[in-house]
Design a binder for this molecule. Sequence first.
Ligand code: BTN
Length: 308
Amino acid sequence: MKGQILKALRERSDYLSGETLSEQLGISRVSIWKHIRSLKKDGYVIEASPRGYRLVSSPDLLLPYEFPDLEQRIHYFPEIGSTMDAARELAKKGAEEGTIVIAEAQTHGRGRLSREWLSPEGGIYFTLVLRPRISPAYAPRINLMASVAVAATIKKLCGLKAELKWPNDVLIEGRKVCGILAEMDAETDVVNFVNVGIGINANTSVPQFEKTVTSLKDALGREISRKEFLSALLVEIERRQALLMEADLLEEWKKLSATLNKDVRIMSLGEEVIGQAIDIDATGALILKGQDGSLRTVLVGDCIHLRE
Ligand code: BTN
C-alpha cells in the first residue's frame, strides 16, 4: 500500500487530498494517514495541509515499496550478515524464482573464494533467487548474464563504459566496481536454485591509495540514485534470463570482455595456469592458449590480467 501511496503522490506535483487517495486506493482516510506516518518514519518528507498531502523528498533507500511491481518478492534489511545466507534459507524453504533479498549494509558480506566483501551503507547489495531449468554444468552462464546486465545498466544510467573480467567482475577503467557471487544447490542433472549475489560500489568512496577498486560515485564524480539503478538492473537481468541459453548472451559478454585477447594468470583449484585468453565456451569456461599453442579450458579461478 505504501508503494501505491507513493506512486499516487509522485504522479501529482500539487497536493493530493486524503479523500481522493482513499477513494483511489479503496482504504479509509485513517489508514492513509497511518501509512503516511510510517512513510515519514522511513525518511520521506511529506507535507500535510488542509488541501492534502504533497511528497517533498524521498530517501535513497532500497525499500521494497520503491519497486512496486516487485514489492511482494523483496525481503529488505537495513543491515544483515549476508544477503546470501538469508536468500539460501528462503530458497531452501521453497521461495519462488525472483525472490530478492536486499540490504543497505552487510556485516559479513562475502565474496568469491571465501573473501570478505566490505558492505558499508551507500552500496547496493542483493541476492536474487533463480530456479533455471538448465543442467548444473551451464550454471556459470548465470554469472555471465548478471555481469552483462550490470555493465549494460552502468552504460545506460551512468553513461560509463564498463568491462567484464572473467569470470564475473565488472570494471570501470580497469578497476572493480561490482562483484558477483553465485551459490548453487543442485543434484546431478537438476538445478534446485542458483542464488546470485551482486555487490555494487555505488555511492561509496574508495580510498585514494586503492588502485584496483572504484565506485560509481568516484567514477562519475557525483552520487547516483541507487533505487533507479537497482530498478533498471533488475529489468536488464529479467530480460536476459530468457536468453540464458542463447548464443547472444555469450556474444554480449565477449563484446564487453576485458579478459579476451589478454595474457592471463589464473589460480585454478590450487594450480597456476598461464596463457592467452582466447574465448569462452558454452558453459562460460575460459579457453586459454599456452605458449606452445596448446588449448586449455579453465572452469573456475581467480584471473589476473598480465599484459595485452
Ligand atoms: C566477488 O567479487 O568476490 C563477489 C562479491 C559478491 C558480493 C555480494 S553483495 C550481495 C551478496 N551478499 C554477499 O555476502 N555477497 C554478495
